[in-house]
Design a protein around this ligand. Structure first.
Ligand SMILES: Nc1ncnc2c1ncn2[C@@H]1O[C@H](COP(=O)(O)OP(=O)(O)OP(=O)(O)O)[C@@H](O)[C@H]1O
Length: 373
């Protein structure tokens, strides 16, 4: 099927075709965040046309409402299942914000929507977010504070994350508080040298009625698989039995984070599910990390797309060595180019680490926060 490109409309709002490329929730969050930051009205149509259940799900709607609240904007068409919305942004205002997906919908995807906007606010902000902390097809909260936070700090993002309660499918009910410091200007970043493996940390947790043995099994199976390919790597496992007051419902999962000698962080994760053996969950996380180590890039497949918006806003030229370019990354690039004058290019790495190493080059727009002198 041929898809219409996102276009600049003759009227006021810029039209974003939500069906393009990945055609999921990310195109919504990135477009709405940029609309808010640049004070450009947008209309997004064909929302999540690439998914089996198109239209807004509750967590996407919450993310849009949160952005609209942050910029005192107006959203038209914002309801569950809607396939077209328009956002008319006004001025960004810092402070305290609360959002609740009321489902197991991912807290981190709410954060993905709100964080860029809050960086350009007038005062320190505190976000209280409720929903799923560890949800399928979304960044686990552990990824947010162990990988995303430290890696985006290189661009000047300053956040503090407090995990108050884990929440899982189907109930959600988790809670995360995030403090965001506004920035004057984000910095460009050069991530071209990955270095060697310094240390691999394994965080394996159980919550609710699950025995701690499950966390041990996930951790041991992940360690065994990693050792097969990196026998000399220093691996530090941590087994976590989440206290009952710090979780809603039952769940388990694992996060494997590899720190390189250059400080780059790459990860893999797995989430426990009914019927899936704990060994498999551990191996899934380990394999994800191994794939990311194999391609030779400085960022993992997920950070790749999550960095695009920040590099586009930053001042100067960013360069990031990464593995195969994901459809999420192509989508983020498309949105950034449609809404800003950013120059973003993909090139094959000259000193190839593997056949699939690419460099993302981005000449950012240097968006300034006018609240900060
Ligand atoms: N295991 C993971 N670790 C870190 N980040 C992840 C992980 N899985 C997914 N992500 C990130 O979550 C985002 C998912 O975006 P996507 O559009 O697929 O999701 P969505 O909003 O749930 O929409 P949809 O329901 O339409 O798929 C991407 O930015 C991706 O990098």
């Amino acid at each position: 099927m041929k898809m219409a490109q996102s276009t600049v409309s003759e009227g006021e709002a810029i039209i974003i075709n939500g069906a393009l490329l990945e055609g999921g929730g990310q195109i919504l969050r990135n477009s709405a965040a940029l609309s808010c930051l640049l004070k450009k009205p947008i209309t997004i149509n064909n929302i999540r046309a690439g998914r089996s259940n198109p239209g807004l799900r509750p967590q996407h709607l919450k993310g849009l409402e949160l952005i609209s609240e942050i910029c005192h904007g107006k959203i038209v068409g914002a309801r569950v299942q809607s396939t077209e919305i328009s956002l008319y942004p006004q001025n960004i205002k810092g402070g305290n914000y609360i959002a609740d997906t009321k489902t197991a919908g991912s807290i981190c995807l709410l954060l993905q929507a709100a964080l860029p906007c809050l960086l350009y606010s007038d005062v320190e902000c505190c976000l209280t977010l409720r929903g799923g902390t560890n949800a399928d097809m979304a960044p686990p909260v552990d990824y947010f504070y162990l990988v995303f936070g430290p890696m985006t700090a290189r661009l000047g993002v300053n956040i503090e994350c407090e995990l108050r309660k884990r929440g899982f499918y189907p109930k959600g009910g988790g809670e995360v508080r995030v403090k965001v410091q506004p920035v004057k200007l984000l910095k460009s970043v050069k991530l071209l040298e990955r270095g060697e493996i310094k240390e691999i940390k394994i965080y394996s947790y159980v919550a609710g009625v699950l025995p701690v043995k499950v966390a041990h099994i996930m951790s041991e199976s992940a360690e065994k698989l990693i050792k097969k390919f990196h026998p000399n790597a220093s691996i530090v496992p941590e087994i976590i039995k989440v206290p009952d007051r710090e979780a809603v419902g039952t769940g388990c999962g694992i996060m494997v984070v590899c720190e390189m000698t250059t400080g780059c962080l790459l990860a893999g994760s797995g989430l426990g599910k009914k019927g899936v053996p704990a060994e498999t969950v551990g191996e899934t996380a380990a394999q994800m990390l191994l794939d990311n180590l194999q391609h030779g890039g400085c960022v993992d497949e997920y950070l790749q797309d999550q960095l695009i918006l920040f590099m586009a806003l930053a001042e100067g030229k960013s360069e990031v060595l990464c593995g195969p370019i994901s459809l999420h990354t192509e989508t983020a690039i498309h949105v950034a180019k449609t809404l800003t004058q950013v120059r973003l290019n993909l090139t094959q790495s000259r000193d190839k680490v593997s056949d699939n190493t690419n460099i993302i080059e981005c000449e950012g727009i240097g968006l300034q926060n006018h609240f900060i002198s």
